[in-house]
Design a protein around this ligand. Sequence first.
Ligand code: ADP
Ligand code: MG
Length: 651
Amino acid sequence: MKSRPLLLAAVGLAILIGFPFVVANPYYIHLAQTIAIYAILLFGLDIVVGYTGQVSLGHAGLFGIGAYTAGVLYMHFHAPLLLTLLAGIGTTAAFGAILALPALRVTGPYLAMVTLAFGTIIQILINEVTDVTNGPMGITFSKPVLLGMVLDERAYYWVCSVLLVASLVVVHRLLRSHLGRAFEALRGSPIASDCMGVSVYRYKVYAFVISAGFAGLAGSLYAYSERYISPNTYNFELTVLFLLAIIMGGRKTRSGALLGATVIVMLPKLLDDLDLFRYVSVTLAALVAAGAAVQVARGKTTVARSAIPVIGSVALAVLSFVLTSMTDWRLSIFGLITLLVVYYLQDGIIGFVRQTLGWRGHGASDAAAAATLPPPASAVSTAVSQSATPAAQELVAADKVLMQFGGLKALNDVALHVARGTIHGLIGPNGSGKSTMMNVLTGIYVPTAGSIAFKGQSIVGRTSARIALAGIARTFQNVQLFGEMTALQNVLVGLHHTYRSNLLDVALHLPRYLREERAATARAYALLKFVGLEALAGEEARNLPYGKQRLLEIARALALNPELLLLDEPAAGLTAPDIKELVVIVRKIREHGITLILIEHHMDVVMSVCDVVTVLDFGQKIAEGTPAAVQANPQVIKAYLGGELEAPAAH
Ligand code: ADP
Ligand code: MG
């Protein structure tokens, strides 16, 4: 099994290098160059679209900046090839930063809007600043020269191929590192990312800048490949084409980007030749039908499940005859294919092929393979590090906290003092302000008034990420896991703060990065073991049973190495045996010297583990004391009987 990727890589490399020997026609070699160049851009675009889940409508503009950086340097300064490529990357990345820094400050569709405007402005600028860019006339290049050698079509194809492979390796390594996990996490749950110390804003910008860098490299390569650039190339249609390529090929895969690039380069050529198009679509339909028949015969799928792709491809083949007799048919076919892909192949063509052939995605199989490795024994004992500071000291001191939403005072003059090393219960009827208190403590809301000190320092106005790194970790009332990531990767996001490696360490797999990754992985396994999830390390979080998801959230929070852990209704929705397990884990966490604030409706849990309990009702503190004292408090009983919940006295 392990040799398959290596074999594939070797075959791929052989095809890549050997292609111009087999196909000598310079026209096809040029097409292959274009595919390689587009693929480089798509690797980068997929980081933004596939991983962080943002939409960029400006990648054609960035591609243009790369091309014109090369063009301007070539035309005015006769700069050598390698220098212009580097300058293309740098300049475009800088433009990416200028775009992303303001646009990503706010959530929502701002990036799409800003990048859309940017694409248009770039085109206008290139047209207007004629002194620099030669305006609508464009810039013509002579054959590129590398280290004194004039490169013909074939030699330049190899240059593009080398850079394609280099980009592939860099992007692949990046996406599998802590940086890639940060990109994926912020898409899975922005709130949880911030609360794990992974600043959503910072990593969105980071992803966009890296993506822009690849667009710049692709753009400058493109300029030499075409040997002529003009402003009209870098238009909105090209941006849409890039996005289509990602969607068609399949997001979050490098093979998807390669396939997408091939499709957007080859399909228009294919559509130029009616007979060839008909021939290809009939062949495709026959192949899909044959593949489905084999799968059904081998019992790997049912007739019903394979019906859709078969019908789809046969319909496409039939349509190829109908449509090719119509005017404007090319556009219709392009639209139709896109529709088919979006509706039926939601993971793109690569995702579909993987599914039909029964291959698992790389990430999943790797994690599953890794899951069988036993974690180093030493790591288990240090899974949760001991907090050495003396007890009987105030860890949290919140006073006169007011949190107002319009006219509603969700927290009204609340004081909360939590002693180090204790388990502090926070109870109250639904809507009494418990979760709001937690959100205020973790920086998700900034209180309207009042003071909050953690270890004697005010945390009011600090970002969630900074508060998390200062030592406050949490779980969420509505589970906030990174669904598409494995259990192990979820915990690794919590361990993001243990990394110091930068992009270079990651791209070159320098010792620092490898050391940090090894240490974090061992630690993550130990944490999973701590909550009893080590056997599920390779499972995607969204596929875990609910109770396990809650435990995984706790493991991830512990990865922050917190001094204070906030649990928001950890037992909600859990079965009785799961609750027992949870109580054991909560006690174990406290034994490690971590202070806990526990919001819980299950009174038996609260009564058995809490040292102190604070009761909220309508945003106000109505009681505080030992569990027994609170349980007997008439005001508390009244609040609960008036509310919709079980009375604490009932247990
Ligand atoms: P609890 O966790 O105790 O059930 P919450 O803290 O979630 O209660 O909510 C307290 C009150 O504040 C509720 O009335 C809720 O509707 C309100 N609230 C919470 N968050 C917001 C918000 N972002 N905007 C407006 N109202 C909110
Ligand atoms: Mg709540």
